[in-house]
Design a protein around this ligand. Structure first.
Ligand code: HEC
Ligand code: HEC
Ligand code: HEC
Ligand code: HEC
Ligand code: HEC
Ligand code: HEC
Length: 474
């Protein structure tokens, strides 16, 4: 940057001679100030994220390239070559430098060539300052790096206690009624005995109960009305609400932690759940996807090698030799040979709509432009998958602008249709909608309903048919 500025100034002067001198001085400046000193860490972080982070992580060999930590020990003396490598890897390899040759031998077979980067020597200095001082990506697992891990969501109070109370009271009441009838009978018998009458016949409990109910008709009817009303309310709650899904968090076979991947290591949701953008399902990544990184990342800060070893066991990989059990030594991208009899990791499904409901991720994420967080909450702070509650999602409005606040429990029908009533469609987002909108505007005369819909120049999902039973039900 600085260099181009001088260049432009010189050009303005129009003196070719001065330009040569300036270029010479620029080059001098570079070799005088080592690439390892005086860089701006903060600027470097921005440059790294913009240019390098799509392939490199600082601390680990992941994604699509080796980690850059400790880079100075490997390149220390060859500043200019390093800059050249970054600006043009294949050109730098053509110099025949020994280290670069080893680099190419080691990585190009696996990752392919690094692409040429449009960064200046000054930019590289800043980037190197940053990668040598990585912002402790949770060196201490308990340190607060902003990637908190909510291991336990507050469990929703179960409102089933009301049922329990009701049943307890009912049983107590029956016991009292029965013993009362017993006492009553004993008293009557005593009276009859005194009066010299025959004893009451010895009836079964049920018969006695019937007799008692018959004698206390009003009281029994009141109880009956209560029981029926209670059943109706419970049934209604069962249909509408349901809220039973919220907070659901089953055990998983591997202690996969979303926050370690999404927040600490900035892996996008798309990397693992890419089908959310292409199909109905978001899907769970196959073990091969884990191996893209875990072929190299063999240890975690929390569980050491234990949990990652389960991935190896599932796919048949020997971390000692870095080869698959089938002996083919594949590079982690291709599926292992079928000859290995490992069990795929069996993740437990967390979200599960009933079979009669149709839901498509692509429709919501791509066409509707919704953020995952609008329905799943702040996944980057999660450990394993769980069902977020609306209350949790509503706390995220500041963190994720554009989030639609809702009130009905997630995954219930009330939740879907509440959002369809609130969410409006960005008509400019698609030529189809835009054209339809314009055509509707022409048709609007005399059509009261259309006029009302178009009044606010906003069309909700509901107005487009998002409340029609058949859209969501097979
Ligand atoms: C398209 C992916 C990609 C991007 C973007 C990328 N690199 Fe690379 N980089 C690689 C790969 C792959 C290698 C390993 C060598 C090879 O296969 O070409 C590598 C190797 C390197 C190395 C040598 C590593 C070592 O251990 O000596 C350095 C240094 C480097 N990259 C720096 C950068 C910098 C700085 C940026 C950003 C300005 C960057 N790379 C952007 C893919 C990339
Ligand atoms: C894009 C790269 C990448 C992918 C893909 C990936 N991981 Fe990881 N994983 C990492 C990194 C980086 C760490 C951090 C290691 C550490 O704790 O420093 C990690 C850590 C872990 C840990 C250990 C956590 C700990 O602290 O002990 C487990 C378990 C794990 N991953 C499981 C998985 C599973 C299962 C998959 C596939 C569904 C997967 N990972 C996919 C990069 C990845
Ligand atoms: C409009 C709400 C909504 C949005 C936005 C949304 N999801 Fe979902 N997601 C759901 C529902 C509803 C289910 C349950 C689907 C089922 O059981 O058929 C689900 C299920 C899932 C599952 C379980 C696997 C599956 O396919 O059933 C994953 C993983 C997932 N979502 C990830 C994502 C990711 C990643 C994004 C963002 C790219 C996202 N979701 C955006 C509502 C949403
Ligand atoms: C490194 C891979 C990886 C990344 C990145 C990732 N996930 Fe996941 N996700 C998984 C795995 C593995 C599971 C299954 C285990 C579990 O439920 O925790 C899962 C489960 C889920 C579930 C629950 C699925 C179910 O069974 O209903 C949701 C929802 C989800 N992820 C959303 C997201 C969102 C949103 C993001 C981005 C913020 C994201 N994930 C990023 C690997 C990943
Ligand atoms: C956070 C808001 C939100 C939630 C929650 C939500 N949707 Fe949607 N839904 C949308 C938006 C926005 C669109 C419009 C996408 C478009 O432009 O076609 C849409 C469109 C649809 C469509 C297509 C409608 C049509 O007219 O073609 C169906 C079907 C659908 N949603 C089903 C569901 C189901 C089932 C649920 C609940 C499990 C659900 N949605 C929950 C926002 C939501
Ligand atoms: C936006 C999507 C959407 C629309 C529109 C919709 N439903 Fe639903 N419906 C759902 C979802 C999701 C569930 C599942 C809720 C649950 O499991 O708690 C459901 C559940 C139901 C159930 C309960 C069945 C059960 O499993 O308990 C009935 C009955 C029902 N819907 C009828 C209708 C009727 C009638 C209409 C039209 C007036 C309609 N639905 C429109 C999404 C929708």
């Amino acid at each position: 940057m600085r260099y181009t500025k001088t260049l432009r100034a010189n050009l303005l002067k129009g003196a070719a001679r001065v330009l040569t001198v300036a270029a010479f001085l620029g080059a001098q400046g570079l070799s005088a100030q080592s690439i390892w000193e005086g860089g701006d860490v903060e600027n470097g972080q921005g440059l790294f994220n913009a240019n390098c982070a799509s392939c490199h992580l600082v601390t680990a060999d992941v994604l699509a390239a080796p980690g850059l930590a400790g880079i100075k020990d490997r390149w220390g003396s060859s500043d200019e070559l390093l800059v050249q490598w970054i600006q043009n890897p294949q050109g730098a390899a053509a110099t025949g430098d020994g280290y670069i040759k080893s680099l190419v031998d080691r990585y190009v077979g696996t990752y392919g060539w690094m692409s040429a980067q449009a960064v200046s020597a000054d930019d590289v200095r800043d980037i190197m300052a940053y990668v040598q001082n990585p912002p402790d990506v949770a060196v201490d697992a308990t340190a607060d790096n902003g990637c908190i891990n909510i291991d336990e969501l507050p469990v929703e109070e179960s409102n089933d206690s009301s049922t329990l109370w009701f049943l307890t009271l009912l049983v107590m009441f029956l016991l009292i009624a029965m013993s009362a009838s017993g006492v009553n009978r004993a008293l009557t018998n005593t009276l009859r005995e005194r009066d010299g009458q025959a004893q009451l016949e010895d009836l079964g409990y049920l018969q006695r109960l019937r007799g008692w109910a018959w004698n206390n008709l009003v009281f029994v009817s009141i109880i009956g009305v209560f029981v029926v009303a209670f059943g109706v309310v419970k049934g209604y709650q069962g249909l509408m609400g349901i809220g039973v899904y919220e907070g659901y968090l089953p055990e998983q076979p591997v202690k996969f932690i979303h926050s370690v991947h999404v927040c600490e290591n900035e892996v996008d949701c798309k990397y693992c759940h890419h089908s959310a953008y292409e199909s109905k399902h978001a899907g769970i990544p196959s073990t091969n996807v884990c191996m893209n990184c875990h072929k190299a990342v063999k240890k975690g800060k929390r569980y050491g090698e234990v949990e990652i070893a389960k991935i190896y066991a599932a796919i048949g990989f020997d971390p000692e030799t870095g080869t698959y059990v089938d002996g083919q030594g594949n590079n982690g991208y291709a599926a292992p040979q079928a000859s290995f009899a490992g069990e795929p990791i069996k993740w437990n499904k967390v979200h599960n709509l009933p079979d009669h409901v149709y839901f498509s991720h692509q429709q919501h994420v791509v066409v509707g432009g919704l953020q995952c967080q609008n329905c799943h909450g702040d996944v980057e702070t999660w450990s394993a998958g769980r069902i977020a509650s609306v209350d949790h999602i509503n706390t995220l409005v500041d963190k994720y602008p554009g989030l639609i606040e809702l009130s009905k429990p997630t995954l219930t029908m009330g939740w879907c249709i509440e959002c369809h009533n609130k969410a409006s469609i960005d008509l400019a987002s698609s030529e189809y909608y835009e054209e339809m909108h314009n055509r509707m505007k022409d048709d609007v005369r005399g059509n009261e309903e259309l006029r009302r819909i178009l009044e606010d120049d906003k069309i909700t999902v509901k107005e487009l048919g998002g409340w029609e039973c058949s859209k969501c039900h097979y």
